[in-house]
Design a protein around this ligand. Sequence first.
Ligand code: UD1
Length: 371
Amino acid sequence: MIAVLIGTRPEFIKLASVLKTLKEKKVPHILIHSGQHYSKELDSQIMEDLKLPQPDYRLDVGSGSHAVQTAKIMIGVEEILLKQKPKVLVVHGDTNTMLGGSLAARKLNISIAHVEAGLRSFHASMAEEINRVITDKISTLLFAPTEGTKRNLINEGVPQKNIFVTGNTIVDALKAYLPVAKKSRILKKLNLEENSYILVTAHRSETIDDSKRLELLIDLLEYASSLIGKKIIWPIHPHTKKRLTESKVRLSKNIRIIPPTTYRDMLLLISKAKLILTDSGGIQEEGYILEKQVITIRNYTERPETLTANFLVDLNKEKFKKSYLTFQKNKVFWQKNVFGKGNAGKLIVKILQNFLSGKLKLDGKFNNLKA
Ligand code: UD1
């Protein structure tokens, strides 16, 4: 039996195709929701939009310091694993949910299957980097989305036989939900037309938690809006909303904040935007796959595959202007299928089935750890 752990918005989106395939193939599994994301807009609204099944277990851990949140997840997941005794725990990405679940599973000698393994920012100051390095170190099945992420793992000593390049499940999500997104009424509701706005998202601690950087961000958004002559549409993460409310910054009418949207509304907003300005990893991928102009408000990215048409400008106005002009001159290109063809969920489930049946034999004896 397989246990699947989810807890945050990107995990709902990026494990949707895995959950769907597990159901279709009648693979015995249970679904655990950590409750790391709990606000309606980040949680139930997205889960319902994706038609995800109801979780079998909800931990309701909520927010807290990294230690508190991770520890609560470890305690809750351990209890369920002891009761259900799955052979594998499937985790995704880089969140505290993933780390807490992985640590609990590995210590019970339950194999970890890490979806979206091998991404690296090479910046250990990021909570997410710490989380993914640790989970990759103790995982048995590493589902790397690209050849580059496989190379990162090999460079860290993971044996080739434990790594499977599957493509990124974000392509599966796009393929499944773009037709639905076409029916979204969000543009009408916001009175927007195609190419009439710049889409912004910003939620990372490095972007918003320091009040000086938050001011620089707002300054950059005002600049971008006046340079391009388009308004900013900004679906706001609750964390960012809290920081903005605490701060003294005032927004001009060029910046329009809206509540977090459903997945279908977000896909339509991405696909019709003139430009996307973001610190989200998922939106860098979605924007690239949809061949949109993406400018990333960070200094580095775990998605170097996107850098043929994605510029890293941090919060620097000059860099922003240069990047925008490069887009205008069409000096960019988008590689086809760099994140796969949209069958990652199916491949992942096939490999999991082989592992469950014993056809695929793998141990956890790698990375200098003796199982
Ligand atoms: C987490 C992940 C990040 C992922 C992101 C997607 C970690 C370390 N980070 O970041 O990798 O890209 O999810 O959103 O796990 N909050 C709410 N309602 C919610 C959830 C959060 O108001 O439902 C607020 C709280 O103030 C909370 C803050 O947002 O303290 C941060 O939430 P948290 O889940 O810790 O991190 P994210 O920024 O969402």
